[in-house]
Design a protein around this ligand. Sequence first.
Ligand SMILES: *[C@@H]1O[C@H](CO)[C@@H](O)[C@H](O)[C@H]1NC(C)=O
Ligand SMILES: *[C@@H]1O[C@H](CO)[C@@H](O)[C@H](O)[C@H]1NC(C)=O
Ligand SMILES: *[C@@H]1O[C@H](CO)[C@@H](O)[C@H](O)[C@H]1NC(C)=O
Ligand SMILES: *[C@@H]1O[C@H](CO)[C@@H](O)[C@H](O)[C@H]1NC(C)=O
Ligand SMILES: *[C@@H]1O[C@H](CO)[C@@H](O)[C@H](O)[C@H]1NC(C)=O
Ligand SMILES: *[C@@H]1O[C@H](CO)[C@@H](O)[C@H](O)[C@H]1NC(C)=O
Ligand SMILES: *[C@@H]1O[C@H](CO)[C@@H](O)[C@H](O)[C@H]1NC(C)=O
Ligand SMILES: *[C@@H]1O[C@H](CO)[C@@H](O)[C@H](O)[C@H]1NC(C)=O
Ligand SMILES: *[C@@H]1O[C@H](CO)[C@@H](O)[C@H](O)[C@H]1NC(C)=O
Ligand SMILES: *[C@@H]1O[C@H](CO)[C@@H](O)[C@H](O)[C@H]1NC(C)=O
Length: 412
Amino acid sequence: MSATLLLLAALPSALGLARPDGVGTLPALGWNSWNAYFCDVNETKLLSAANLIISLGLKDAGYEYVNIDDCWSIKDGRDNTTQQIIPDPNKFPNGIVGVASEIHNLGLKTGIYSSAGTKTCAGYPASIGYEYIDAATFAGWGIDYLKYDNCYVPGNWSDAKASGDNYNYSTSNTAERYRIMRDALVAQNRTILYSLCEWGQAKVWTWGNETGNSWRTTGDITPDWNSVMSIFNEQTFISNYTDFTGHNDPDMLEVGNGNLTLTKTRSHFALWSLMKAPLIIGTDLSKLSQENLDILLNKYLLAFNQDAVYGAPAEPYKWGVNTDQTYNRTNPAEFWSGDSSNGTIVAMLNTLDSTRTMRADFGEIPGLDADGPYKMLDAWTGESAGCVKGGLDAQVESHDTAVYLIQEYCEC
Ligand SMILES: *[C@@H]1O[C@H](CO)[C@@H](O)[C@H](O)[C@H]1NC(C)=O
Ligand SMILES: *[C@@H]1O[C@H](CO)[C@@H](O)[C@H](O)[C@H]1NC(C)=O
Ligand SMILES: *[C@@H]1O[C@H](CO)[C@@H](O)[C@H](O)[C@H]1NC(C)=O
Ligand SMILES: *[C@@H]1O[C@H](CO)[C@@H](O)[C@H](O)[C@H]1NC(C)=O
Ligand SMILES: *[C@@H]1O[C@H](CO)[C@@H](O)[C@H](O)[C@H]1NC(C)=O
Ligand SMILES: *[C@@H]1O[C@H](CO)[C@@H](O)[C@H](O)[C@H]1NC(C)=O
Ligand SMILES: *[C@@H]1O[C@H](CO)[C@@H](O)[C@H](O)[C@H]1NC(C)=O
Ligand SMILES: *[C@@H]1O[C@H](CO)[C@@H](O)[C@H](O)[C@H]1NC(C)=O
Ligand SMILES: *[C@@H]1O[C@H](CO)[C@@H](O)[C@H](O)[C@H]1NC(C)=O
Ligand SMILES: *[C@@H]1O[C@H](CO)[C@@H](O)[C@H](O)[C@H]1NC(C)=O
């Protein structure tokens, strides 16, 4: 056995899908067509999004993937000779290869979508039984990211009835369906980030790290507060499965969509960033307000999400009004903290219906001295909160999240 093999053999079994080029080590940043356009996607919209990612400063902030979701192919089946899925020539007159090449010319990457079933969720050809053909096709087109959904699963692939908490879900048929595509992708001579979208079934977080770079943990998000809170709360109980290379995915961003107010949108983005979720924008960028753009560009939250030294997400250090500390879709944990290269980040989510004073008490926050004093910065305004002793009282509006960076000791 070579020294390398010996070293690998000694590593823990929770080894993730690490790539030689480091792709997927940090949560993916990008844009996806679904939440903006659903099935109504085409080349013009993709390229317009790609150009806006540049002109709005999103590329400079780190957003790099421009991803096509469902409905990109013809519905009538595969090419009879090559067995490849055929891009819809009306929507993509230059093929997927054409749009991918334009996106690459802009210095961005591109993603595509399929399902681990016979059809995609919208009824287009999908990849089960064709994994190697599709992976090779995607690689040949210059694809950099695959979102792999969970619709139209053939009956013989359904999971055996799980026998409680002791069942080893990495032996499930679901895990196997996702492993086949992993192996097909890894066999290509191009790195394709692998994003599992199986809605949190079969306890995917227990086998996600060895299978993909991220894994959806819940059903689809919708652009309303109930959905954001409910998904957020579910992550609280599985947050420790996220670290470098493998990330819980609470679904794409709804910033700019539905009736999320500015305060709720701030919370959504802050909480997704702090969970170290992939941050995949899903709105029509030509209609994005300046306030919502500023949220997506928040450099302190992005720096936490993309920290190259600390891979763990923020954790609740106090639950606040939810004294039961159990699943509660309206009132998840409110007080969160996490370590980063630039200090400890602390976030306080007000789940109640009116403004209240919330205290970041240093004595309660892991790793801090009760007295400090610490130099603190408000992550929303970028303004210094001064040199703070003991803790800081913040007025937090209903459904808003105050975020502070606790930087270093100071003298006051
Ligand atoms: C996932 O795998 C990567 C690479 O092997 C490892 O660094 C990381 O700690 C793993 N994540 C968890 C939560 O164990
Ligand atoms: C493949 O062949 C079948 C049978 O001849 C035909 O109905 C179908 O349209 C063909 N598919 C494509 C994509 O050309
Ligand atoms: C894409 O859709 C938009 C809006 O419907 C339309 O203006 C544009 O021409 C379409 N582009 C293609 C390539 O079909
Ligand atoms: C389901 O059937 C297909 C087609 O016969 C086969 O390739 C596949 O291995 C089967 N899956 C399982 C889990 O047995
Ligand atoms: C679950 O099954 C996999 C595959 O057989 C095995 O490698 C792993 O060690 C098992 N995990 C546990 C906790 O038994
Ligand atoms: C990657 O694979 C494709 C298709 O097999 C081949 O044409 C290409 O030359 C390969 N590229 C590299 C860098 O090996
Ligand atoms: C996460 O925590 C759960 C519950 O304490 C534990 O069973 C599991 O092994 C942990 N997972 C990781 C990857 O640390
Ligand atoms: C907007 O919010 C209300 C509750 O305030 C909710 O009932 C409704 O479904 C939301 N609309 C959308 C489009 O999310
Ligand atoms: C974090 O600290 C580093 C080193 O001081 C600095 O270069 C970087 O701009 C800081 N990032 C943020 C978001 O504060
Ligand atoms: C959620 O927490 C709030 C605040 O503690 C409480 O009033 C409510 O009853 C809880 N809901 C559930 C379903 O437990």
